[in-house]
Design a protein around this ligand. Structure first.
Ligand code: S3P
Length: 434
């Protein structure tokens, strides 16, 4: 792909139907958990994108049979909960925080050594948030910079892990999931308490494997697992974090009308629907259904006049990955939008608060102020054409492309990172403008 991608302003609105690609979080978990079973699991609508392919390669390196029947369909078969094998070389998690953090939880109780590496972005991201609680359970995990950064080596604990109650300082499904997965192998129940409830895909998918967690408020408890029975099939719903770009584009580009097919609408993920509706967006859910323990629906969005809004820490886990594109919606709304409690954005694939401020202010000078954990977006600021940088962050690239589409176009430097979660993004953007 070219080093700079030119995105034109949409002349006549966006129209059409989009089949939303598989959910990234659920795709990761489908391969990981299937690799811990001992019978084949047929996975459909798998997200064929770099992050989830990193997980598939990781599970293969640990001895699971992973066979792709097509880009989005695969069969995974492991050797049981205690059947993972020592990898013959270093495992590369690429750009994927989910792969690395959940795998630390799965590998901490195993009787062999694994070393992880990843790309430049993943080397900068905080891993102490997972290593610290796993170490409290008795795991032996070593990383650069006082056990907080890649490269990371997980060595045999030499004993069974201890169950514990962990009060997590962050609402993070990656932290929660790593601890719960390690807790399956522990000697007593393990509880994770979060400040706010994060996405619950791990808990829901474990049920399909016969493992039930108990939930009380923001606490989740798992008991030591005796039997782990894989389902025959897992169907992955579409990713609301990918649908988010079309939800916003459909709402802000005048004259647009889009139908988004098969969007996962798990309530721990639908913060963007609440925020866009509060801003005045015309969004309607159709054909609501439940598949494999996860809610899904088709979503119709039509262009409307949006107004600014405010939201904070409480809703943050339900829309954490959508902040960059919600900021785009806010830029095209009337009045200011104030986002607080968003400090976690500073430790995503890039520092997204800084990236949003720097790039939005190139396209709409004076539009964004970033604080330590906040953003103020001045809606209605005049938007111009400019060159912008993706920071090799997929969600920044897609958000800036939508900003350019709704505004005056954008020349996007390093656009290819969309392959992390949405390889068909630019093609779909073009198709919707025909
Ligand atoms: C994810 C959890 C979130 C999210 C990430 C995927 C997951 O991260 O931002 O894209 O699949 O568990 P945190 O758990 O760090 O908030």
């Amino acid at each position: 792909m070219e080093q700079t991608k030119t995105i034109a302003q949409a002349a006549r609105g966006l129209h059409g139907t989009v089949a939303i690609p598989g959910d990234k979080s659920i795709s990761h978990r489908s391969v990981m958990f299937s690799a811990l079973g001992s019978t084949p699991v047929h996975i459909t609508n798998f997200l064929h994108a770099q992050d989830c392919l990193s997980t598939a390669a990781c599970m293969q390196a640990l001895g699971a049979a992973v066979t792709f029947e097509s880009d989005t369909e695969l069969t995974v078969c492991g050797h049981g909960l205690h059947g993972l094998q020592e990898p013959s070389s270093i495992i590369d998690a690429g750009n994927s925080g989910t792969t690395l953090r959940l795998m630390m939880g799965i590998l901490a109780p195993q009787p062999f050594l694994t070393t992880f590496t990843g790309d430049a972005s993943l080397h900068k991201r905080p891993m102490g948030r997972v290593i610290k609680p796993l170490t409290q359970m008795g795991a032996k995990i070593y990383g650069r910079v006082q056990n907080t950064k890649l490269p990371i080596t997980v060595v045999p604990a030499g004993r069974r892990l201890s169950g514990m109650v962990y009060e997590s300082p962050v609402a993070s499904a990656q932290v929660k999931s790593a601890i719960l997965l390690a807790g399956m192998y522990a000697d007593a129940p393990t509880t994770v308490v979060e400040p706010f409830t994060s996405r619950d895909h791990t808990e829901r998918m474990l049920e399909a494997f016969g493992v039930y967690t108990e939930k009380e408020g923001t606490a989740v408890t798992i008991r030591p697992v005796g039997s782990f029975t894989a389902p025959e099939a897992i169907e992955v719903p579409g990713d609301i974090s990918s649908a988010a770009y079309w939800l916003v584009a459909g709402a802000i580009v005048p004259g647009s009308s889009l139908l988004l097919k098969n969007v996962g609408v798990n309530p721990t993920r639908t913060g963007i629907l609440d925020v866009l509706r509060a801003m005045g967006a015309h969004i309607a859910l159709q054909n609501e259904r439940v598949s494999g323990g996860e809610a899904a629906a088709d979503i119709r969005v039509e262009a409307s006049v949006l107004h600014g809004t405010s939201f904070g820490a409480e809703i943050m886990p339900r829309l954490i990955d959508e902040i960059p594109v919600i900021a785009v919606a806010a830029l095209f709304a009337e009045g200011d939008t104030v986002i607080t409690g968003a400090g976690e954005l500073r430790v995503k694939e890039t520092d997204r608060l800084q990236a949003i401020a720097d790039e939005f202010n190139k396209l709409a000078p004076g539009s964004v102020e970033a604080g330590a954990d906040s953003l103020v977006i001045h809606g209605g600021t005049k938007v111009q054409h400019a060159s912008c940088f993706s920071y090799d962050d997929h969600r920044m690239a897609m958000s800036l492309a939508i900003l350019g589409t709704a505004g005056a176009g954008v020349a996007l430097e390093r656009p290819e990172c969309v392959n992390i979660s949405y390889p068909a993004f630019y093609r779909t953007l073009q198709d919707l403008q025909q």
